[in-house]
Design a protein around this ligand. Structure first.
Ligand code: NDP
Ligand code: 8X3
Length: 252
C-alpha cells in the first residue's frame, strides 16, 4: 500500500513544490487548500499510474470543516497517512500595531496557529497507526526573529516554532517525528497575499537579490522526511545566501 503525505496549502508555493517532489518519489498525496481548481490542475499535471491524488477543498480555519473532511476521507487514504506537512499559512499586512487592521490579525492567527492545530489534532490519530511517521511544521525566520511591521505574523510563526517543540514532547512515545522548517525570503504568492494583490509592492520584496524558490524549501522538506527511522531533524533554518537575518538583506 502506498504511503500518503497530507499537504496543506498545496495550491501554491512550498506546498505545490512538495506535491511534485513527493509524487516523484512515489508517495500518494492528499492536497489541501481553498482554491480547489488549482489543486485539480496540479493533480492533472502529476497524475500517473503509480500515484494516487486526492484533492480536499478546505479552509483550515474552520474546525468543524477540518474534522468532517478529514474523517470523511476513504479509509484506505486515512489509514495510510505517514506524513503531515502543516504548510498552509499567510501574512496579511505589514503595519505597526497601532495602525493595523484587526481583521488581518484574525486571519493570521486563525490560519497559522489555530488551523495548524485543528489539522494536527485530526491527523495525529492516523499517524499513530504506523511506526516512524512525521509532522513537518512550516514556521519562518519570522518565528526566530521579529522585524518592523512583522508583529502578529512573527508572533504566529513563533507560536509554530513553540508548537513544534511541544508536539515533539507530546508525540515522542508514539514515534512521531516533528520537524520545524524556518525559511527566509522565498518568492511565491506569499508577498502578493501579504500586500493584498499589490503586484508592484509584492515584487519589490524580491528586487536586487536571489530569493529562495519554492523548490529549495520543498527539497529541504524531502530531506528531513527521507532520513532513517532513528533520525529526526528537529529544526532547519533555510535562507537566501543574500539574507543574513530577518532584517539584513544584501541587495545589489
Ligand atoms: P503561498 O501564498 O504561495 O501559499 C500559501 C498556501 O496556503 C496556499 O496554497 C493557500 O491556498 C494556503 N492557505 C492559506 N490560507 C488557507 C486556509 N485558510 N485554508 C487552507 N489553505 C490555506 O505562500 P508560501 O508557499 O510562501 O507559504 C507557505 C508557508 O510558508 C506559509 O505558512 C508561510 O507563512 C510560510 N513561509 C513563507 C515564506 C516566504 O517567504 N514565502 C518564508 C517563510 C515561511 P488557498 O489560498 O488556495 O487556500
Ligand atoms: C516569510 C518570511 O521574512 O517575510 O515568513 O517574514 S518574512
Amino acid at each position: 500500500m502506498k504511503k500518503y503525505v497530507f499537504i496543506t496549502g498545496a495550491s501554491s508555493g512550498f506546498g505545490e513544490a512538495c506535491a511534485h517532489i513527493f509524487a516523484k518519489n512515489g508517495f500518494s498525496l492528499v492536497l489541501v487548500a481553498r482554491r480547489v481548481d488549482k489543486l485539480e490542475q496540479l493533480k492533472v499535471s502529476l497524475q500517473n499510474d503509480t500515484v494516487n491524488i486526492h484533492c480536499l477543498e478546505l479552509d483550515i480555519r474552520n474546525e468543524k470543516e477540518v474534522i468532517q473532511s478529514i474523517n470523511s476521507l476513504p479509509e484506505i487514504i486515512k489509514n495510510n497517512i505517514h506524513i503531515l506537512i502543516n504548510n498552509a499559512g499567510l501574512a496579511v499586512g505589514r503595519s505597526s500595531i497601532e495602525n493595523a487592521v484587526t481583521d488581518d490579525w484574525e486571519r493570521m492567527i486563525d490560519t497559522n496557529i489555530k488551523g495548524l492545530l485543528y489539522v494536527s489534532k485530526a491527523i495525529i490519530p492516523f499517524l499513530k497507526l504506523h511506526e516512524s511517521t512525521q509532522i513537518v511544521n512550516i514556521s519562518s525566520i519570522a518565528g526566530k526573529e521579529v522585524y518592523p511591521g512583522g508583529n502578529v505574523y512573527c508572533a504566529t510563526k513563533h507560536a509554530v516554532d513553540a508548537l513544534s517543540k511541544a508536539m515533539r514532547i507530546d508525540l515522542v512515545s508514539h514515534g512521531i517525528k516533528v520537524t520545524n522548517i524556518a525559511p527566509g525570503a522565498a518568492e511565491t504568492e506569499f508577498s502578493l497575499v501579504r500586500f493584498k494583490g499589490d503586484v508592484q509592492t509584492a515584487n519589490s520584496v524580491y528586487d536586487g537579490f536571489e530569493a529562495l524558490l519554492a523548490n529549495d524549501v520543498a527539497e529541504a522538506i524531502w530531506f528531513v522526511t527521507s532520513r532513517p527511522a532513528h533520525v529526526t531533524i528537529n529544526d532547519i533554518t533555510i535562507m537566501p545566501t543574500a539574507q543574513a537575518s530577518a532584517t539584513i538583506l544584501y541587495k545589489k
